[in-house]
Write a protein that binds this ligand. Structure first.
Ligand code: AOF
Ligand code: ZN
Length: 327
């Protein structure tokens, strides 16, 4: 691998440290390199906070004049919660910039690169582009396609059941898987379930096992069956109750994690409303119960957590699914 790819890879590793804290902003990391030496690094740590470039330049151990910046996303050109990073790079005397992806946010969208080039900075776009496409798939889908990125996740027993008969809840997956699930929740802006899941489990759908933001709860409830004392309505967190699945496209939410139940997933799948699917399979058996959703995908084992196997559903690329995992 060439040096510049190693630097960009490091910028991505840093960007990922913001997972669960920066949405609806993208994950961004930045490195400052001078004479082939790393002299500064930083990342976007939380929503509303300084951008990656600001942190990298602030942390630099020596003057950044004449240095090269590796930024995972096109530096911004607008005054948002923070001033434009393109201006900061120009004022700091950076002479060359490598970027993985252009920023599709209409406030930036190429204007950051144009500003840098107009100031005489050499720009290279596309270094480890695929990696960035995957890491910021929520942000990119939302800005390019004007709809949320939708992820399904369910846990099932070795014999293919997701709950006991009558919907009685039971813990199927391991504690380690539960931590990973809470991390996934923190990485999504919304979490969606059908009203039957609320009636059977009365879940809070929070991220209590990890530090990070709680997603907005979204309940699909066409017939108005949600109980008034459901925890999602009484615990003080944010909840939206929707009559129709199609409404989720217009909520202005970047990403939605769908956690159940089987019918809700089958309905959304039939409408093409899914980009990514995870199945957590436990070695436990239940003998009988509610069967896992019937989703026409092939499964690939990706990870092992506790006694569980995490499978990823392989979706055909198409209008409903814009990215495929690099795994
Ligand atoms: C960058 N570096 O680290 C990030 C960028 O409201 P603000 O000021 O935080 O701006 C948010 C927008 O800035 C966000 O939607 C995206 O377009 C860009 N994010 N840009 O140069 C960063 N996080
Ligand atoms: Zn910025």
């Amino acid at each position: 691998m060439l040096n510049k790819e190693i630097w960009m890879q490091r910028a991505f590793d840093l960007a990922l440290l913001g997972s669960g804290r920066v949405a609806p902003n993208p994950l961004v990391g930045c490195l400052i390199v001078k004479n082939d030496r790393l002299i500064g690094e930083g990342y976007h740590q939380q929503y509303g906070g300084p951008h990656a470039e600001v942190n990298a330049i602030r942390n630099a151990s020596e003057s950044v004049t004449g240095a090269t910046a590796f930024v995972t996303l096109e530096p911004c050109s607008h005054f948002g919660k923070t001033p434009p990073c393109a201006d900061l790079l120009i004022e700091s005397g950076i002479k060359e910039v490598y970027v993985a992806n252009l920023d599709p946010n209409p406030l930036v969208a190429g204007k950051g690169i144009a500003k840098l080039e107009a100031a005489g900075i050499t720009c290279h776009v596309g270094l480890l582009r695929e990696k960035g496409e995957w890491i910021n798939r929520h942000f990119f889908t939302f800005h390019r396609l004007k709809r949320p990125y939708i992820t399904f996740k369910y846990a099932c027993s070795a014999d293919g059941f997701i709950a006991l008969a009558g919907g009685k809840p039971t813990q199927i997956s391991s504690e380690l898987s539960a931590i990973r699930v809470h991390q996934m929740r923190a990485e999504h802006q919304g979490i969606l379930v059908g009203v039957t899941t609320i009636i059977n489990d009365n879940p809070t759908l929070s991220t209590r096992l990890v530090p990070g933001k709680n997603p907005i709860r979204i309940v699909l409830d066409p017939q108005g069956r949600i109980p008034a004392d459901a925890k999602v309505l009484t615990d003080g967190g944010e909840t939206m109750v929707l009559k129709s699945a199609s409404e989720i496209l217009q909520l202005g939410i970047q990403s939605i994690l769908v956690e159940g139940g089987a019918q809700t997933m089958e309905r959304l799948f039939a409408k093409g409303l899914v980009d990514e699917i995870w199945k957590i399979r436990s070695p436990k058996t239940l003998q009988e119960g509610i069967s896992e959703p019937k989703l026409a995908v092939k499964w690939r084992a990706i990870d092992y957590l506790g006694d569980d196997t995490w499978f990823k559903g392989i979706l055909k690329p198409g209008p409903a699914s814009t990215y495929s995992s690099p795994e």
